[in-house]
Design a protein around this ligand. Sequence first.
Ligand code: HEM
Ligand code: FES
Length: 765
Amino acid sequence: MSQTPSARCPFHAATDAEIAGAVADFDVFEGPFTVDPAAAMRLFRERRPIFFSPKLGYWVVSRYEDVKDVFRDTGAFSPANALEKVTPSSAEANAILASHDYAMNRTLVNEDEPAHMERRRALLHSFLPAELEKHAPMVRRLVARFVDRFVDRGEADLVDELLWEVPLTVALHFLGVPEDDMEVLRRYSIAHTVNTWGRPSPDQQVAVAEAVGNFWTYSGQVLDRMRLDPSGDGWMEYALRRQRELPDVVTDSYLHSMMMAGIVAAHETTAHATANALRLLLEDREAWDEICRDSALIPNAVEECLRLSGSIIAWRRVALKDAEIAGQPIAAGERILVVMTSANHDGRHFENPDMLDIRRDNTTDHLSFGYGAHQCLGKNLARMEMRILLEELSRRLPHMRLAEQRFDYLPTISFRGPDHLRVVWDPAGNPERADDRARTPRPLHLLGSPPRSSLARPVRVAAIEALTDDIRQITLVDPEGRDLPLWSAGAHIDLLAGGFQRKYSLCGDPADRKRYVVAVKREAAGRGGSLHIHGEVRVGDTIRILGPKNLFRLPDGSEPIVLVAGGIGITPIIAMADRLKSQGRRYEVHYCGRARAAMAYADRLERDHGAAAHVHASREGRRLDLAALAGAGKDMIVACGPDRMIDALQALCADAPDRLRFEHFSAVETLLDPSVEAPFEAELRDSGLTLTVPADRTLLQVLREVGIDLPSDCEEGLCGSCEVGVVDGEVDHRDMVLTAKERAENRRMMACCSRSRTGRIGLSL
Ligand code: HEM
Ligand code: FES
C-alpha cells in the first residue's frame, strides 16, 4: 500500500479535549447554536455524532442516517416528550395554568403506537392531496390580497405583513376555526412556543403561562361552538364527525389538545419556514433571479430551503426500552434530541451540503418534516403555501432586496425563524406597472414532491476528446461561466440529451468548480443514449444535466482501501483514488480491461498514482486474480465494473459482505412497457389505504400521488433508498440492491422498479 502526505480538515484536527469541552458547553439557548445551528453541529457530526449533553440532559443525534433511524423506530424511541416543556415551569406559572384547567395531553405528534396510527388513519382524509387542492384558490387570493397592501410602498416587513398572517389564516381555514382574534392568536401561539420549547425567565413564565392558559380556554370555547354544528369543511369539524363514529379513538381530551397544538403546528412552522426561505434566496441573488425567471424551479427551491434552514431544527424522542443508536447504548427513559438541521447538512447524504442548490435532486430527502410514522401530516399544505408565497413575490417584486438589518431569532430548542424580514424595492420598477400580465399567476406545481423534470441544469459542451476508439471525454461548463456545484468522489450526473437520460460518473478535478468531466463509452448494443452522445452531441451544444449526486461514497475512516475498476468503471474509481491520495489514506487501485489501448485513463492512473496503481490488461497476459485479491487481507474493497466482476467479488466476500462496496455500471431497464406490465393493488397496512398501481406507473409514483413521500435516489433499482417493507404478496424484484437471499425472504422491495407477481401486495406503510 502506498501513502502520501495528508491534507487535514480542521474538524478532524480538533483534539479529544477540545471535543469534550464542546460537548460540555453545548447549549441550544446560548452561543454558536443560536447563531447558526447547522454550523454549530458540524464538529459533533464529524467527530462525536451522538453525545450526551449535560447542560440539556439529552442525547444529541446529528448524522442523517442516525436521525432517520431514530424517527423510524417508534418501538424503541417514543415521541411522548415532543410537547413536554424543555424548561420546567415555576410554581407560580403552574398555578396560573392550573387556574385555566390547562391539560395539554396527547395529540397525534406525541402519541405512541398502536393508538397513534389508528387515530392518524381516522383523521387522514383532510390531508389527502385531492382535499388539499381545494384550498389552493383561497391561498392564492389571500396571498395576492396581502401583497396588494404593500406592493406600491417600496418597503415591507414580510414577517409582520405577510408571513404570519397568511399561514395563520390558512391554518384557521384548514381547521375550520373562525378568523377573528388573529392578533390575539398570534400572541398566544408565540407564548405556547416559548412555554414548550423555549427558556423563559421566571418573570416571563408568568406572562407566558397566562397567555397559554387563555389559549387553552379559547381552544375549548371554539370547540364547544363547533360541536353545535360540525358540518363544515375544516379538519376539526371532520374530527368531530369522526368522534361520533369512533368515540374511543377521537376522544374529547384529544380534540382539545389537538385544537391548540394544531393552530401552532399549522401556522408558526410555515411562517418561519417561508421567512427562512426568503432570507436564503434573497441572499443568493442568482437563485432568486432564477426563480423569478422560471416558476418551475420554485417547488424544489422550497425543499432546498427547508433542507438548509428548516423551521423545526430539532425534535425530541424518549427511549421506551434499552436501545442503541449507531452502537451507542441508550437506556430506557433517556431523552433524545434529533437535530434535523444537522442531518440536513450531512455530507454523507447531500453533496456539497452547505450550498444552496435549487436544482439539487435529492433535496426532498431532508428531515425537516420528520420521518416515518409521525412525519408531518401537513407537509403538503405547508409546501403549497410556501410555493404560492414565493411565486407571488418573485413575480410581482422580482427586484426586491433585503434591507440592512440584524436578524433576531427567538431562542428555542425546535422552532427557528427570524422575528422580522425587512425588504426594499423601487415601486417604479414593479413589473405590473409596465405590463398588467404580471398580475397573472404563473404555472406552479402545487402538491407533493417537486417534479424531477424541473431540476435539470443547462450546461454547455466545452470540449470532446477521444480517449480510446469508443470512449469520449466530455467537458461541461455553466453556460454563463458560473461555478458548478461541488461534488465528491463517486458522484455522478445524469446527462439528458436527445430524449435520453444516462448516468455518468464525474472523473475530473473536484476542486475545479468551472467544469465537469465525464467519460462516455459507445455501447453499440445499448438503448441508444451513448450512441446519441457520440453521434449527435457537439462542442458548443447546450444540454441538460441532473445532479451531481453521490450514491457510491468512499467509506469514512482511516482504514486502507482496495479500489477495483473494470472497463469504464474506472471513472468513479479514479476520482476515488485521487481523493484517497489527497487525504493521505492507504490505498491501492486495480484497473482491469482487455487491452491497454482500450482502457481510458490507464496512463493517467499510473502517472498520478505510481506504485499504488496496477493496470491489468488481459490480452497482455496480466489478468487480475480477484480471488487472490479478496483473500489477501481484510481490507475494504470498493469496486465498479461489469456485472460478472461484481458478482464474482460478491461471491468471494460472501462471508463478510460489509467488506465490499460496489456500483454496477449497467442499470436495470426501468422504462415500463404497459403492454407487458400488469396493474396490481398495494395495500398500505399502516395507513389503511389500498392503491391501484396501473401498468404504466411505478409503485413509487402512485405512493407520491397520495402524498406519501418515499425517499428515492436513483429511481432505477440501484441505490436502495426507496425500500418499503412487505407484509405479504409475492414481489417481482427488479432492483440490483437486494441479494438472492433477501429476495427469497420477500420482506422488502424497491418501490421505484419492483412490482407484484400476484396482483396484490401488502406493505408496511
Ligand atoms: C408533525 C414539521 C407544517 C400538521 C410534524 C413534525 C415535524 C413537523 C418535524 C414531527 C414529525 C415526527 O415526529 O416525525 C413541520 C414543518 C412545517 C409543518 C417544518 C412547515 C414548513 C404543518 C402544517 C400542518 C401540520 C401546515 C397542518 C395543517 C402536523 C401534524 C403532525 C405534524 C398533524 C403530527 C403527525 C403525526 O404525529 O402523525 N410537523 N410541519 N404541520 N405536523 Fe407539521
Ligand atoms: Fe434507488 Fe429505488 S430509488 S432503488
